[in-house]
Design a protein around this ligand. Structure first.
Ligand SMILES: [Zn+2]
Length: 272
């Protein structure tokens, strides 16, 4: 969308004027943006122009159901047959595939449909009416979480072999829904990256929410792998993207909550 309302100063910004604001003003105001449609007013984000040529934009995910600016939420935006499959043919058991495809690096866009890439989603059961299992990597799961309330609420079993088997609605937790009962427990935490930072130790922080109270922490030793995997040249390219990370929620002594990334394969990023 081209406009977003800032609750700090009560201004509805056009993307061109917002992107031209001084950096410190952007940093402050981007955490207080909402969808300007009065029937929606959902939390919004600002995404800088990308080196790939995509211009700066505002977005909100999700918009409310009756929001006029959510018109582009259709299936065509989902892009990948893998994601469409999940939404069209909800099966009752999905096995997470964390194997790395391609020759050493992941592609952010188009990886699902690249020619010759092995397709997930084949039935695995031997029996003609056995339990229907499908394999999915984390990124299509993240896209489904973003796009479909029905999927977020579903009781489809998600299995990470040798780790867990949990229904979608118990495993995945949006950053905005995190509460005391999620502390120290393992989940698939997901949501928007508002901005990024690097700490003294070299750890890379993906910050979420209106305040700095919840972040995903990429340890210093995984930082260069992380950038390579997701194709970043600059840290700020992660801003405005969605992240899904499998891990445990912890609290620092300061009270700040964070999820430390332990394994690069336990994480997915995507633009909506
Ligand atoms: Zn909206």
């Amino acid at each position: 969308m081209d406009t977003a309302y800032c609750t700090l100063d009560g201004v509805t910004y056009h993307i061109t004027t917002f992107a031209a604001l001084p950096q410190n003003e952007i940093a402050e105001k981007r955490r207080h943006l909402i969808c300007p449609d009065p029937r929606c007013r959902m939390q919004a984000y600002f995404k800088r122009a990308a080196t790939s040529g995509q211009g700066a934009c505002f977005g909100a995910r999700p918009h409310s159901k009756n929001c006029d600016l959510a018109a582009s939420l259709g299936e065509s935006r989902l892009g990948s047959t893998e994601v469409r499959d999940i939404l069209r043919n909800p099966m009752d058991h999905i096995v997470i595939d964390t194997t790395c495809r391609g020759r050493g690096s992941f592609h952010i866009e188009g990886e699902d449909d690249s020619p010759g890439a092995p397709k997930g989603g084949q039935f695995q059961g031997d029996g003609p009416r056995g339990p229907s299992k499908m394999n999915r990597r984390l990124r299509p799961l993240l896209k489904s979480l973003i796009a479909s309330e029905q999927f977020r609420n579903s009781s489809t079993i998600i299995e990470l072999p040798q780790h867990f088997s949990l229904p979608v609605n118990k495993l995945f937790v949006n950053f905005n829904d995190i509460g005391p009962n999620h502390e120290k427990s393992f989940h698939g935490f997901w949501g928007l990256i508002y901005d990024t930072g690097t700490s003294y130790s070299g750890a890379f922080w993906l910050n979420t929410g209106e305040r700095d109270e919840l972040s995903v922490m990429v340890p210093a030793e995984l930082y260069s792998d992380f950038k390579k995997r997701f194709g970043f040249q600059f840290d700020h390219e992660a801003e405005g993207m969605h992240v899904l990370v499998l891990g445990s929620l912890r609290s620092a002594q300061s009270g700040k909550k964070y999820i430390a990334l332990r394994d690069i394969n336990m994480c997915a990023l995507c633009n909506d």
